[in-house]
Design a protein around this ligand. Sequence first.
Ligand code: FE
Length: 341
Amino acid sequence: MTSPAPFRALGAALILAIGATPAIAQEVNIYSSRHYDSDAELYDAFTDQTGITVNRIEGGADELIARLSAEGDNSPADVFLAVDAGRMSRAEEAGVLQPFDSEVITTRVPPHLRHPDDLWFGISQRARIIFYHEDRVENPPRTYEALTDPEWKDRICIRSSSNVYNQSLLASIIETHGEDAARDWAAGIVDNMARAPQGGDTDQLRGLISGECDIAVANHYYFLRGFDRDISGLTDGIEKLGWIWPNQAERGAHVNLAAAGMTASAPNPEAARALLEFMTSETAQKHFAGQNNEYPAVPGVGLDEDTARLGFFIADSTTPTAAFSRNAKAAQAIFNEVGWD
Ligand code: FE
């Protein structure tokens, strides 16, 4: 992994290169757990607009948080970006983020997709939804709650509880219904599992095609990938899979976020603010969402062609994303109690 030193070196080189006008040599350093080569193009567009150079360090979210903690006040990082709101909360707990005011961001990003104290905001959304096989299910469950109906006994595929996607889903159920009801819900899901949890979200969808299960829970983009490319066990037969946006008549579908915030020790706070605001621009929103068939965080930004296949949906805007981490421990305790591996 690259050390932070090149940031300094690069900054120094830029200042040397332009000699008498060092004020122009602005830069911003981002620690990102997104791994897409094409992000470079987006950051180049930002540089073209603002003259601010973007230096990117990529790594796992937890690794980057540990690095920010270890570097402390000497960290070169200005911006932290993670693809899961739970990770942003870990960054918050580690004290490596600082609140910042931006009218641009508060105007563009809805409140439920922002940290209540403006430590971070969502840049794209992914929904955790219900899939089913059309040959075997006529009336699919329309809500997360309905998944526990005895009708689905031994028919549901869902991955293990060690995965942050399920932890956040259960945390949202705790927030909505309280711990007791959430425990009943989790126990009901365990009762209805077609098999012991195994594999990732794609494997739950594969279970529908193989006939191991009739209902599956997965993030929406794993399904869309089956159209995008040839995914073994999924693409063949994918046209027989249906999907349900859960809880559309009430609180809405459970969503998680990719999110970004300013680091506590940001050496270039103004450049960081400019970059964070740029992330809410239409160009950036289309880029962030389009790459993984996600939904933009900013309302009114169009969907990419593949994501449009699923159409628009009502996202849960009553459960603050910050609740996912607040309830994470309670969720893990419930998973253990009910024997959800
Ligand atoms: Fe994923």
